[in-house]
Design a protein around this ligand. Structure first.
Ligand code: ADP
Length: 469
């Protein structure tokens, strides 16, 4: 049994509660990844790593924090569980494992597992757009055109090859604009290219752009072709996108938390439309940028969302920036609602999404992609701290230790954005409030001050006294 340590921000008089207890025993976890999440789990007082058949962790080390905090690579620990295993309470598994095992798995009442069974409905580029288009149509039918305009946050997109002919019609209506081609199921900028002429896509159709390994396929790889945002907001002449973390604990009813922190990822090279073949200019993925010839790993290409929000408020005014962040809330809720009836809801499952949002020069946010496995590998100290806080607070929200009341609207850096309806803030916290601010302010603080440790101390104390009384 691991040493009893104090849970940051909380110490109960009941020693069992300090250790993270389910019933009369400790919380047992499994983890498929070897990066910040594993550090968080190992550092969590009273949580014990289950030594799997292939576990790299000797039982003696369980529950202790590794001396080298900076783990690298989204690699697997090999600590894979079998469906029949009932020996864990919490499993940070990878998507492949869940796909292979979910249908034959029996989960006990207390067990929690990462990912919903068919998360790809939202996280595959073609399916995300298909679901958004469907809800948009339904909204237009039932509530009219004006309401349907609230879905104007994803660029015009078609699936290829299935919608090739519709795309060509659209292409001919808008000659001269730039389009971006993306493999539907790949990530990290792989296989993406920009084009202006239909001829370029004809070459692709012939198979020129298909990876060698796919040449034996009898069906062509699915792509999406999407209108390229030609007027991105630039800072210091560079394009960037914003990573936003969203936690869904339930799809029915829909319960959504939004993390205050995040970051903007900048491209390394000044933006220009002259060289559309230059991925270092147009793709902001870290995986792409770190290969740029003049990439400086010390400087990196990231700003915290707090830094971004402050900069934008100073440059464009508080009201405009507030409106922009509100539009991001709309993107989050509408996209989740578009799959709400499709996702196989399961009280054992949760999902932490990484939204990629691009801002244009009018400060309009565009939804580019939603990831079900956002990178949890840290690129530096600041990034490590962000991810460590994010994941620790995720565990605080899930509250396997049962230390909270379940009525909290904020837990550490996570704010409850939606619980079967919009959540209204208790206070208009001094983030960057709009002048004469709204009567009911949404409980949304993306890019705002994150005093998470202080807040945790307070809510744990409150919960303790509520539970006593
Ligand atoms: P991946 O899953 O491979 O990361 P994304 O859809 O996230 O693919 O695209 C990679 C990058 O390309 C984004 O981070 C963004 O910088 C750029 N990008 C993607 N789609 C667009 C678009 N429609 N307009 C402008 N830039 C885009």
């Amino acid at each position: 049994m691991s040493k009893v340590a104090r849970i940051p921000g909380y110490q109960s008089k009941n020693p069992k509660q300090n250790r993270g207890i389910i019933g009369d025993r400790e919380i047992r976890y499994k983890c498929s990844l070897q990066n910040v999440i594993l550090d968080v789990l190992r550092g969590r007082p009273g949580w014990t790593e289950v030594p799997g058949q292939n576990s790299q962790v000797p039982a003696a080390q369980q529950g202790t924090r590794p001396s080298n905090q900076q783990t690298s690579g989204q690699t697997q620990t090999g600590n894979q569980s079998r469906p029949s295993d009932g020996d864990w309470d919490f499993y940070w598994c990878d998507r492949e494992w869940l796909h292979q095992n979910y249908d034959t798995m029996f989960l006990h009442e207390h067990q929690k597992i990462l990912h919903f069974r068919n998360h790809y409905e939202l996280t595959r580029k073609n399916l995300m757009v298909k679901n958004l288009k469907r809800l948009r149509k339904q909204t237009e039918r039932e509530q009219g055109k004006t309401e349907a305009q609230s879905f104007d946050f994803y660029p015009t997109t078609y699936e290829l090859p299935s919608e090739y002919h519709i795309f060509v019609e659209e292409f001919k209506k808008n000659l001269g604009i730039i389009w971006i081609m993306k493999p539907a199921a790949k990530s990290q900028g792989k296989g993406i290219f920009l084009f202006r002429r239909l001829k370029d896509i004809t070459d692709w159709k012939k198979g020129e752009y298909q990876p060698l390994s796919d040449q034996t396929r009898d069906v062509p790889e699915t792509y999406v072709v999407q209108r390229y945002i030609e007027n991105p907001l630039l800072i210091g002449g560079r394009k960037f996108d914003v990573r936003v973390y969203v936690l869904v604990c339930s799809y029915n009813p829909l319960k959504v938390w939004l993390y205050r922190g995040g970051f903007a990822r900048f491209s390394n090279t000044r933006f220009s439309l002259d060289s559309i073949e230059d991925t270092y200019v147009h793709l902001t993925n870290v995986a792409v940028q770190k290969n740029a010839p003049d990439y400086d790993p010390e400087k990196g290409c990231k700003w915290s969302t707090q830094q971004l929000r402050k900069y934008l408020a100073a440059k464009h005014g508080v009201d405009k920036v507030q409106k922009m962040f509100k539009s991001i809330d709309n993107i989050i809720i509408k996209s989740l609602q578009s799959v709400q009836k499709i996702i196989i809801n399961d009280k054992h499952c949760f999902e932490m999404y990484g939204y990629d949002v691009l801002l244009d020069s009018d400060l309009k946010p565009w939804l580019i992609e939603i990831n079900a496995s956002p990178s949890l590998t840290a690129s530096g100290k600041e990034d490590y701290d962000l991810k460590f806080g994010l994941l620790s607070d995720l565990l605080n929200v899930l509250d396997l230790e049962n230390r909270l009341t379940g009525k909290e609207k904020r837990i550490g850096g996570w704010d409850l954005l939606w619980d079967d309806g919009p959540i209204v803030a208790d206070d208009n916290m001094d983030c960057t409030p709009a002048n004469g601010s709204a009567v009911s302010t949404p409980n949304s603080y993306l890019g705002c001050f994150n005093d998470r440790k202080k807040q945790l101390r307070e809510i744990y104390l409150t919960a303790q006294s509520v539970k006593k009384s």
